[in-house]
Design a protein around this ligand. Structure first.
Ligand SMILES: [Zn+2]
Length: 103
């Protein structure tokens, strides 16, 4: 088991997890619910993404790094035109009503 990413913000962990799966990497999330129940941030308990082979670990880190460095991947929040819900940057569609983000 190889950990490739860890963050207190489970939205970010979920985002990168989806990104890795889109790239054909099999992942496993650990501590997924822990961040909701702890009040004091303990890095050991942060949600994190694991992969099952060293090759996937290297590939996954490259994908995450290239995404972080990608200027096109704006992470600003956006407001859904349909239901006015605020969405995290990185979501390509509204989490609530699934309306795709305006281009
Ligand atoms: Zn919406």
């Amino acid at each position: 088991m190889f950990e490739v990413y860890r963050d207190r913000d489970s939205a970010k962990v979920g985002l990168f997890n989806g990104l890795l799966q889109e790239n054909g990497i099999r992942t496993m999330l650990r501590n997924w619910h822990a961040s909701n129940i702890i009040e004091i941030p303990i890095p050991y308990l942060f949600p994190n993404i694991c992969v099952f082979s060293k090759e996937d670990c290297i590939a996954a880190k490259e994908i995450i790094e290239s995404y972080k460095n990608d200027d096109r991947g704006s992470l600003e929040e956006w407001v859904c035109q349909t239901c006015s819900e605020t969405n995290e940057g990185g979501f390509s569609e509204c989490w609530k009503c699934q309306t795709p983000i305006e281009e």
